[in-house]
Design a protein around this ligand. Structure first.
Ligand SMILES: Cc1ncc(COP(=O)(O)O)c(C=O)c1O
Length: 396
């Protein structure tokens, strides 16, 4: 990094911000020899998560993906089942469905906030499924539809009450992917619930680019004691006896270490400040870029308080003068890193064996959206550089 010449400094899209007691807590692990999967910080991290999110139980896991895998298993997803997944998301939730031996069915997102569209879920159920012996069956595949896995995309909650109502009506389980949305709030029916407490079971991620990080890690959250117990059992190799190495089931080594949890505890103590910074950054982009023809900064639904994990901007090339990928390349020449959204999963070669369907809104968001630099530690001067560079794209 060239500190003498800030204009030449590379601005990453999203990097960790270690501004609290990370050193102290990690040093405590080293000083006491508690570096592995046993140790007080794992439990403390789980307690911080339950207290903050408002779920009764939390089980730490090695990653958000591992958490999703186990959450699907404890929620009763079985091999051959189908789970509804938004087409527009990072690939991990769809992969986790496959790890469980089940199949994702990709559902389009809505056009305003890029969240899984409850209307499209209803269309799928009404148009493509039948009820049979208390089960919902996908007519084209003959498979049982067992769950919905909404993702709170980019930090913004999905419209969860509408999704939960559909789930209730059709006997489905809701696994909330809150890996991007810790700190987000869903306001409905006069109440407010935090992301991570919106589904029957939920997952967090603490990887390096998330709002808070353990270096890598995840969490399963649920109000159900039996599901939490099962999740703890499966994430710890399904060991049946405290002394003897006997196992009735195939479990997983999905434990989080005390070292990672120590980092996570220090980060959790600063979560409020991290979310405030994310929201401040998003708001500054919105104010500065709202008048730029062809650029639209993603906002939040009236019922949502987004954690703004990412600050995303949607480009209309005919008005802006270049498309999102040309903007990405141009900002890169100025040392500004941006990221496109994920290839919609209904187009992903990795999921070519899942049922093909069209998801035009997901494709439009994918084509037109870029994530701008939004690290918790982004300085006003660096953000001003990003804003100026985005405005420059609009020059005649
Ligand atoms: C929507 C979504 N789900 C799941 C994950 C997986 O989390 P992890 O990287 O901790 O496995 C991520 C992020 O990486 C994500 O963005």
């Amino acid at each position: 990094m060239d500190r003498k010449n800030p204009a030449a400094r590379r601005i990453p899209v999203c990097e960790p911000f270690l501004g609290g007691r990370e050193w102290e807590y990690v040093k405590e692990c080293l000083d006491t020899n508690w570096v592995s999967t046993a140790g007080g910080f794992v439990r403390r991290l789980e307690e911080l998560a339950t207290a903050y999110v408002g779920a009764r139980h939390a089980v730490a896991a090695a990653s958000g993906t591992a958490a999703l895998h186990v959450a699907l298993l404890v929620a009763g997803i079985e091999p051959g089942d189908e789970v509804l997944v938004p087409s527009l998301t990072f690939i991990a939730p769809a992969n986790a469905v496959r790890y469980a031996g089940a199949w994702p069915v990709f559902i389009d997102v809505e056009t305003a906030y890029a969240q899984m569209d409850p209307g499209r879920i209803a269309d799928f159920i009404a148009g493509e499924c039948r009820a049979a012996g208390g089960r919902l069956v996908h007519r084209a595949t003959g498979r049982r539809v067992r769950g919905i896995l909404p993702v709170d995309l980019l930090g913004h909650p999905a419209d969860m009450d509408a999704i939960l109502a559909l789930a209730r009506e059709h006997g489905l389980v809701v696994i909330e992917d809150a890996t991007e949305s810790l700190g987000g709030v869903y306001r409905a029916g006069g109440g407010a619930r935090r992301c991570g407490a919106l589904g029957h079971i939920a997952c967090l991620s603490f990887n390096g680019n998330k709002i808070i990080t353990c270096g890598g890690g995840g969490m399963i959250l649920t109000d159900r004691q039996d599901w939490a117990d099962r999740a703890r059992y499966l994430t710890t190799q399904a060991k049946d006896d405290p002394v003897e190495f006997v196992h009735e089931h195939v479990g997983y080594n999905y434990r989080l270490t005390n070292l990672q949890s120590a980092l996570g505890c220090a980060q959790f103590e600063r979560l409020g400040e991290h979310v405030a910074a994310k929201r401040r950054i998003a708001s500054a982009y919105r104010q500065a870029l709202c008048g730029v023809p062809g650029l639209e900064v993603m906002g939040e639904a009236p019922w949502a308080e987004s954690a703004f994990w990412m600050s995303a901007v949607r480009v209309t090339p005919e008005r802006y003068g270049m498309d999102s990928r040309a903007l990405l390349r141009r900002l890169a020449t100025e040392g500004i890193e941006t990221r496109p959204l994920w290839q919609p999963l209904h187009l992903s070669p990795a999921h070519r064996d899942a049922q093909r369907r069209t998801c035009p809104a997901a494709e439009d968001w994918y084509r037109r959206t870029l994530c701008l630099p939004c690290s918790v530690g982004l300085t006003p001067a660096d953000q001003a550089r990003v804003i100026a560079a985005c405005k420059g794209g609009n020059a005649p």
